[in-house]
Ligand binder design. Structure first.
Ligand code: HEM
Length: 322
């Protein structure tokens, strides 16, 4: 009797442990080792050829992974188009006419589908593409954890709520990143991806015409030449986020901030007398610290609320639910 009860209790505990670990399935770098051994090489070839065609694409792909992970986790929800059941995230203010690289992810996905149909998720392709992009333009590399599934839903309202905005103040940015499990140090390191890529006049107009003391006057006047004062004139005109070396991944972004030459307000607030000043100082002096912190923070960002195990699906086409 007693033995049977003990046995039943032990079995129940085992079941609980098993079902808990199924929900908590961990990402792993060898996830496709048996099911698609050529996945990473196939993605890499595709991503490298896209960046060789257009170097800015490296920046766009890193940003795409970020904008995916901050909205209901790294589940490729950002890739879903509007449909009767989906309100796409692509059209919220922070994404509209701004996030790019969708066709590059589609190309990588179809290359992978050719070698192992129905196996590799779009969410994993986004994570691998971001790593390959960083590596290609001289940034750090890291081992990408894999095994994310794709969502069957998107959320425009969460995208609007959770993606940072260029006019956000420091505390708001800190809170947003903290709500995703990322520290101030992670946030500053990740913002260092503004060492590459471009921003549109509409995102920095107010700052360059502010005549404020938190922007270098010469820098503001240079930027005004290609960004007219009146909305919507020249809204889409581009300027490099890092005025010194916009095409290579280095720590000049932080050196610019020390000189009040951050392009976006959300850049300059990281060095404006607040709690993140010391981190910016550190990265401006120690490029290797920035590189290793950036890699760790990207891994952490890639871990935000993934769908694993039986949750989620493998989309055959990234822009729609199967
Ligand atoms: C801290 C809060 C952040 C804000 C407010 C912000 C905002 C922006 C804005 C407004 C742009 C220009 C978009 C346009 O004009 O179309 C941009 C570009 C970019 N952002 Fe951020 N960003 C932030 C953090 C990050 C993070 C964490 C990453 C990556 C991990 C990132 C990666 C990029 C890249 C690479 C670009 C250039 C994209 C391209 O050239 O296509 N940003 N960001």
């Amino acid at each position: 009797m007693v033995t049977a009860a003990i046995f039943r209790a032990a079995a129940t505990v085992m079941l609980l442990v098993l079902s808990f670990s199924a929900c908590q399935a961990q990402l792993s770098s060898t996830f496709y080792g048996d099911t698609c051994p050529n996945a990473l090489g196939t993605i890499r070839t595709s991503i490298r050829s896209a960046i060789a065609r257009e170097r800015r694409m490296a920046a766009s792909l890193i940003r795409l992974h970020f904008h995916d992970c901050f909205v209901q986790g790294c589940d490729a929800s950002i890739l879903l188009d509007n449909s009767p059941s989906i309100t796409s995230e692509k059209f919220v203010t922070q994404n509209n006419n701004s996030v790019r690289g969708f066709e590059v992810i589609d190309e990588a996905k179809s290359a992978v589908e050719n070698v192992c149909p129905g196996v590799v998720s779009c969410a994993d392709i986004l994570a691998v593409a971001a790593r390959d992009a960083s590596e290609y333009v001289g940034g750090p590399s890291w081992t990408v954890k894999l095994g994310r599934k794709d969502s069957t839903t998107a959320s425009a309202s969460l995208a609007s709520r959770d993606l940072p905005r260029f006019a956000d103040g420091l505390q708001r940015l800190i809170d947003l990143f903290e709500s995703k499990g990322l520290s101030e140090r992670d946030m500053v390191a990740l913002s260092g991806s503004h060492t590459i890529g471009q921003a549109q006049c509409v995102t920095f107009r107010d700052r360059i015409y502010s005549n404020g003391s938190d922007i270098d006057a010469g820098f503001a006047s240079t930027r005004r030449r290609n960004c007219p004062a009146t909305f919507p004139n020249g809204n889409g005109n581009l300027a490099p986020l890092d005025l010194v070396t916009p095409n290579s991944f280095d720590n000049n972004y932080f050196r610019n901030l020390l000189q009040k030459k951050g392009l976006l307000q959300s850049d300059q607030v990281l060095f404006s007398g607040g709690s993140t000043d010391s981190i910016v100082n550190d990265y401006s002096r120690n490029p290797s610290t920035f590189r290793s912190d950036f890699a760790s923070a990207m891994i952490k960002m890639g871990d935000i609320e993934p769908l694993t195990g039986s949750a989620g699906i493998i989309r055959r086409i990234c822009s729609r639910v199967n």
